[in-house]
Design a protein around this ligand. Structure first.
Ligand code: SF4
Length: 652
């Protein structure tokens, strides 16, 4: 078998087959450590700075090692990029006979059964849905995979997909009359047969770890799991190890039950009536809270009478609904499935109303159209660790941002990795870029307190001279939407006053992908955005020279899950700030900073406006965790650095 050194050698297969490929020492070392972990069924937590070439560093050992490997990414973008670009490239270069499969969540595949049911039922919110649904019907006849990304006539986010795909709740699984043609089942069979399966973290937790039907054997059969963008795991795992009942789930249940009744129990008018009552109870629950897009802890809702009453009514209606469905459940597989779902939701709702477990946090999330009642474990460490136990296999956790300094303690504690025996291996490989030459970390002096009302104005004042010196090419990343809007307004005023013709974009003007595409294309734009832009954004080259971060991104302590975790740590005599909040903020800043320097030719300035960078002892921990950029507190120095950069192509 080819070894790692040979694969990465200057005259090796990668260098020969891939134009411009040159292995970096960090990459080779990382690949060696991963190969060792794969061989010994070990656990490796590895941070690899931007430009290390970590993708090849895990793909090469994964492909050479043999055995079955699951690779899980944080985002669908990276998932597609791995499957369509990196994996085929490395596989062809190494000439290894390895079969690969891409597996997406079930909501990405057309469901024969529900599409047919809903076409018959024919009740849609608007005529567009009906048109789309018929187009999906035609697509279903010709597609090989059923993957909605391949259906050009219907946008991926069209509402009609809801009627044409399945959910874990409503899939009939082995009982389904369409099982033979089922695309989800086919994709899962392909994943079972492949040597390398590429998934994303959501799918990994929802289906692989929690063993959705037909997925039960995937994890047990694999020899290694590699998580890329692994810094997202604690968040994603919390989401999936918790439980929730949402009004949209209830509406979906009512809708499915109605179409099943029309198909198999048309004479049972009581059931049709019960679906309407259930829908009303779900809608009333949503309407009982007047706020949009907010989260509340259970205690905050205790005095909210309309909400409490709506939950009670829902509980009663769901029970009555269940009793009627039960009388009809034997008439079809579809109705039997509706009964099972009703009972599951009843149980979750009952546990939410009267919890059995004090280690869970109850909270409510309100969206514009729906509301969910959630319960999240205070800690996912023991649950995650339990999932890792069993059949021995290697676990690799990698990302550009996992450690605080060289310390992985917070990450390992969150996932229970500190309990693993024998103790796990950790490693940090810094970026090969010449940061002292390529980048400046700017911490402006005399900033007001971050919570003071004049703070956003002060941030705009810091940002503007940098924008001017860099001819645009700036991201301003804000920790709140309000600050984002205010800073955008002030920068617009400054641009107008100085008659600077630079395109100014703000998050929300288009989809994230569109905005980023415009930003790249314009080449001299300014984008003011919130935290959701911090991650996974790649703008290599000249279009981005300045990243301004308004405040250290501590998660808002009023977030109900965070608040409960903080309280719990305090009760146990631990320091939530040092053990949890600060490490998370550091990881976040590192993500934001990582947007700036993507290649060895990029140059730029990272401005962190938060005065706590200079005044608090932990400020030092933040900058010490960042790549070794040159540091400055002086605007004049930073402006001079930017002024010597070549001007952007688009500004002439
Ligand atoms: S098995 Fe599930 S996903 Fe497949 S066609 Fe049937 S209901 Fe749809």
């Amino acid at each position: 078998m080819m070894n790692i050194e040979t694969a990465f050698a200057a005259d090796g297969p990668l260098a020969t087959a891939i134009p411009g490929f040159a292995a970096r020492p960090q990459q080779l070392e990382m690949a060696g450590r991963i190969a060792a972990a794969l061989k010994d069924n070990g656990v490796l937590v590895a941070e690899a700075g931007t430009g290390t070439g970590k993708t090849y560093a895990y793909l090469v050992p994964a492909l050479l090692n043999g055995g079955k490997v699951i690779i899980s990414t944080g985002t669908k973008t990276l998932q597609d990029q791995l499957f369509n670009r990196d994996l085929p490239t490395v596989r062809a270069a190494l000439k290894v006979p390895v079969s690969v499969a891409l597996l997406k969540g079930r909501a990405n595949y057309v469901c024969h059964y529900h599409l047919a049911r809903n076409l018959i039922d024919g009740r849609f919110q608007n005529p567009q849905d009906a048109v789309h649904l018929r187009a999906i019907g035609r697509f279903m006849e010709i597609t090989q995979t059923g993957d909605k990304a391949e259906c050009p006539e219907v946008p991926e986010d069209a509402a009609a997909w809801m009627y044409a795909t399945s959910s874990r709740d409503n899939c009939l699984g082995q009982e389904c009359p369409d099982l033979k043609e089922c695309f989800v089942a086919a994709a899962r069979r392909a994943a079972m047969e492949a040597d390398v399966v590429v998934v994303n973290h959501h799918l990994f937790f929802a289906d692989v770890m929690l063993r959705d039907e037909g997925m039960g054997e995937l994890l047990p059969s694999c020899n290694a799991v590699i998580f890329d963008e692994a810094h997202q795991l604690p968040e994603t795992a919390s989401l999936f190890f918790g439980e929730s009942v949402s009004t949209s789930q209830l509406l979906e249940l009512a809708r499915d039950t109605r179409s099943e009744t029309v198909a198999a129990a048309r004479d049972c008018l009581d059931l049709i009536e019960a679906t309407r009552k259930l829908e009303k109870a779900a809608r009333d629950l949503r309407l009982s809270v007047s706020t949009d897009n907010a989260r509340f802890g259970f205690a905050q809702m205790e005095d909210n009478k309309p909400f409490q009453e709506a939950v009670e009514i829902l509980d009663t209606e769901l029970a009555e609904f269940g009793a009627i469905v039960e009388t009809q459940a034997e008439r079809s597989e579809g109705l039997a499935n509706c009964l099972r779902r009703t009972q599951e939701l009843q149980e979750i709702l009952a546990r939410w109303i009267k919890p059995e477990n004090t280690d869970w946090v109850r909270w409510v999330e309100v969206f514009s159209q729906s509301l969910s009642l959630n319960a999240t474990p205070l800690s996912i460490a023991s649950i995650f660790k339990r999932q890792m136990d069993g059949h021995p296999r290697a676990w690799i956790f990698t990302s550009a941002t996992l450690a605080v300094g060289k310390d992985f303690g917070h990450y390992c504690r969150e996932l229970g990795l500190h309990w693993v025996e024998p103790p796990i291996d950790t490693a940090v490989w810094g970026s090969p870029f010449d940061y002292p030459q390529q980048a400046v970390l700017y911490a402006p002096q005399n900033m007001p307190e971050p919570n003071s009302p004049e703070y956003p104005d002060a941030v705009a004042k810091v940002a503007f001279p940098l924008i001017r010196a860099a001819h645009g090419r700036t991201f301003v990343l804000c920790t709140s939407l309000r600050a984002m809007r205010r800073i955008h307004e002030l920068i617009a005023d400054d641009l107008a006053r100085e008659k600077l013709d630079l395109p100014l974009l703000i998050q929300g003007e288009g989809s994230r992908t569109e905005l980023l595409e415009r930003f790249r294309r314009l080449g001299n734009a300014i984008l003011v955005a919130s935290q959701s832009f911090w991650e996974g954004v790649d703008v290599p080259g000249d279009a981005l020279s300045v990243v301004v971060i308004d405040k250290l991104p501590f998660a808002p302590p009023d977030d109900p899950v965070l608040a409960a975790r903080i309280e719990n740590m305090q009760k146990n005599g631990r320091s939530p700030f040092m053990e949890y909040q600060l490490p998370r903020a550091v990881i976040n800043v590192k993500q934001g900073a990582g947007r700036l320097i993507r290649t060895e030719r990029d140059k730029g300035v990272l401005a962190i406006c938060d005065p706590r960078m200079l005044t608090k002892p932990y400020g030092k921990r933040v900058w010490q965790s960042l790549p070794p950029m040159r540091r400055s507190k002086l605007e004049s120095e930073v402006v001079a650095f930017l002024e010597q950069l070549p001007p952007p192509a688009s500004s002439g």
